[in-house]
Design a protein around this ligand. Structure first.
Ligand code: 0X9
Ligand code: ZN
Length: 407
């Protein structure tokens, strides 16, 4: 029965969903759209609007088109059909095993096993530069490998801490993290510059259970949360689960909510707990924290839990973010939209707020990589995109070295 219903769901899913982009153009419409809710839970909100010049992306099954159209018309919203047969796109985004064997895996979407073996191989090749620490095991028992990169581990340099893949479907983020690891150790210029006086801690996949789930079948491709079981429902939004101002805004308390369930308590998930612990263990040395996500090409900083207060040092956070954005632009990439996260939309329990508010990390960001193609950023574009983003990390390292390294 399970197999049959799964097959049925798959056929249904693959046939005919439409991706519709909806634009609000006044404050009331923004609020209406943020409050939009499909009582049957069939319309999937890929991205919620954050303001006037930002859309909501909704994935709509055929039987819900009329319902959505009524909502759009009665609220006088602008809308656009972005993709017909979205399921087909999900299907095409999976690559055949034959093609996957070719090319450079640094520019591919890899399985967690391949990411792990690549890290271990790099560590073997560069024992003087890389140490791998298993932070602990995920809910399903996968190892969480933190990659520490340093030219001199004894020097206790300032640390730049990067993580990726807390949201399962945001595949470009782990790809960026693996690219970064590889480049830092294999590019002689990077070794001289980025590793000069700075140590890098990089955790390429915070949520490997969820990541593997999104790789398992097209109908799971858009899964966001962890894989823990809560009152019969699956998963917690890791980026609502950190223990700073937990659940005060922008979360769901319903375990069956597909997107933003904050968990039964702060740090209920082993994955977020380990990241929180490692931040605390190194709180005096971590000077910059970046959590890699997709999509939207945003670079946002605390506070994320509110739009009512700004940190005392917001100007410093804002200045570095613009430096990073300019560097990416100079390298031929797109500028980031820079702002305080809570002004984009308030959401509590994020890792950026925890790093900044609880661990006292002076520079903390969430970076939403890429804008086009939503969560399905084409694999063949990675070779062009990842090196451009790299220049943003170079700008960060230059800034952190300048401000914190012992001269
Ligand atoms: O909502 C999130 O967790 C992040 N966006 S995403 O589309 N990748 O899900 C933004 C998080 C920004 N930071 C905080 N709100 N603390
Ligand atoms: Zn995300």
């Amino acid at each position: 029965m399970y197999i049959i219903s799964r097959l049925f769901y798959c056929i249904l899913f693959l046939s005919s969903h439409t991706l519709i982009r909806v634009y609000p153009w006044n404050d009331e419409q923004v609020q209406r759209l943020i409050g939009f809710n499909d009582p049957d839970n069939q319309i999937e909100i890929l991205k919620a609007t954050r303001g006037f010049n930002d859309s909501s992306d909704l994935l709509v099954p055929p039987e819900k088109m009329e319902f959505l159209n009524n909502f759009i018309t009665s609220n006088k919203l602008h809308s656009q059909v972005k993709t017909l047969n979205y399921g087909r796109r999900l299907e095409l985004s999976e690559r055949s095993p034959r093609r996957r064997q070719m090319g450079n895996l640094i520019y591919q979407y890899n399985s967690y096993a391949v990411i792990e073996s690549t890290i271990l191989r790099l560590a073997k090749q560069h024992p003087d530069l890389i140490q791998v620490q298993n932070l602990g095991n995920t809910y399903q028992g996968k190892r969480m490998n933190l990659v520490k990169i340093s030219k001199n581990f004894k020097a206790r340099n300032p640390i730049i801490f990067i993580d990726a893949g807390i949201h399962a479907r945001e595949w470009v983020a782990p790809a960026m993290a693996l690219y970064l690891i590889n480049r830092l150790v294999n590019d002689p210029e990077a070794r001289n510059r980025e590793l000069n006086g700075i140590d890098w801690y990089i955790l390429p996949v915070v949520n490997p259970d969820g990541y593997e789930f999104t790789r398992s079948a097209p109908e799971n491709r858009l899964w966001r949360k962890t894989m823990s079981l809560n009152q019969g429902c699956l998963g917690v939004d890791g980026n609502r689960n950190y223990g700073f101002k937990w659940a005060v805004s922008g979360v769901s308390r319903d375990p069956c909510n597909r997107e933003t369930y904050a968990g039964p308590k702060p740090f209920s998930e082993p994955e977020t707990r380990y990241v929180g612990n490692i931040m605390m263990d190194n709180k005096d040395r971590i000077k910059l924290y970046v959590s890699l996500h997709s999509y939207g090409q945003y670079l946002v900083y605390p506070w994320g839990y509110t739009d009512k207060a700004v940190p005392l040092t917001w100007k410093k956070l804002d200045t570095l973010a613009h430096k990073v954005s300019n560097a990416v632009q100079r390298a031929g990439g797109m500028a980031f939209k820079v702002m305080m996260a809570g002004k984009w939309y308030p959401a509590a329990g994020g890792s950026d707020d925890y790093a900044f508010g609880a661990a006292g990390v002076p520079y903390s960001y969430t970076m939403e990589l890429t804008d086009d193609h939503e969560f399905l950023y084409p694999e063949e574009l990675l070779i062009n995109t990842l090196p451009k983003f790299y220049h943003g990390f170079r700008a960060m390292a230059d800034h952190i070295r300048e401000e914190f390294s012992r001269k």
